[in-house]
Design a protein around this ligand. Structure first.
Ligand code: ATP
Length: 242
């Protein structure tokens, strides 16, 4: 279980971003973290994955733990070695490397090098499009294909928890559906726990078990997906009415 408790963060020492965020990702579950622009969703993910510091941010209070072991203060590499992997945004794949080279780069911390081939096949099983494109430089992929590649790299790291930051961003609706379907498949087949940040609450709730809604650095609502879908405030503010 990944647990964030009462997390408070600042940027540039003074700009308060998170004001006491608590959330949990139970083993094998998909948890959606939703909310509008600037609510603090990305900051929450970066705090977990150790990437906050590189952005001029800092945790000033609260704790992050995975299976009761503290993650506070770990570097991104150390967090990866604990089994928690944040998929970088699709547009930040290595553009000059091929698709397959990018995938192999996702496995950089792994010692079991002889397992890489079957794992590549697993990625291609979830994303057949990547197999067809495996020799192509990643810079030539569409936005959606790059997003698949970013998630594929996550699979190559064999994490226990996958952190996804807005997989739907800038992608055509049909492809968004496909990518989210694949995320659910990965969760089912690999047992990977997933924390997915999304502004698009409709699509996030279509695969999640549990959801949190953030506003202005705080969690303002949380519940099982069925409860959230039934909540009038959620319907009006986050699901486009009705
Ligand atoms: P979005 O969907 O727009 O990414 P978000 O919910 O992920 O929104 P964050 O990116 O976590 O929100 O931002 C939370 C707050 O922290 C915002 O007020 C934002 O302006 C601020 N912030 C984010 N990154 C930095 C940074 N590197 N330096 C200073 N302030 C930042």
């Amino acid at each position: 279980m990944l647990r964030v408790h009462n997390l408070e963060t600042v940027y540039s020492k003074i700009i308060v971003s998170l004001k006491g965020v608590s959330l949990e990702v139970p083993e094998g579950k998909i948890v959606a973290l939703m909310g509008s622009n600037g609510a603090g969703k990305s900051t929450t993910l970066k705090s977990i994955s150790g990437l906050l510091k590189g952005e001029g941010g800092q945790i000033v209070n609260g704790s992050i733990s995975f299976n009761n072991e503290s993650l506070n203060g770990l570097t991104p590499d150390q967090v990866v070695s604990k089994g928690i992997f944040q998929c970088i945004e699709g547009r930040r794949v290595f553009k000059h490397l091929t698709v397959e080279e990018n995938l192999l780069a996702g496995a950089y911390t792994r010692k079991d090098r002889n397992q890489l081939k079957p794992d590549l096949e697993r990625v291609y099983h979830y994303f057949p499009k990547l197999k067809a494109l495996k020799g192509r430089a990643a810079g030539f992929l569409s936005g959606g294909e790059q997003q698949m590649l970013a998630i594929g790299r996550g699979i190559m790291a064999k994490p226990k928890v996958l952190l996804l930051d807005e997989p739907s961003l800038g992608i055509a609706p049909l492809l968004v559906k496909e990518i989210f379907h694949n995320i659910k498949e990965i969760n089912k087949e690999e047992g990977t726990s997933i924390l997915v940040v999304e502004q698009n609450a409709n699509v996030a709730l279509s695969i999640a078990d549990y959801g949190y809604i953030m506003e202005n650095g705080r969690i303002v609502l949380q519940g099982k997906v069925a409860q959230l879908l039934d909540n009038d405030e959620v319907k009006d503010l986050y699901l486009g009415g009705g």
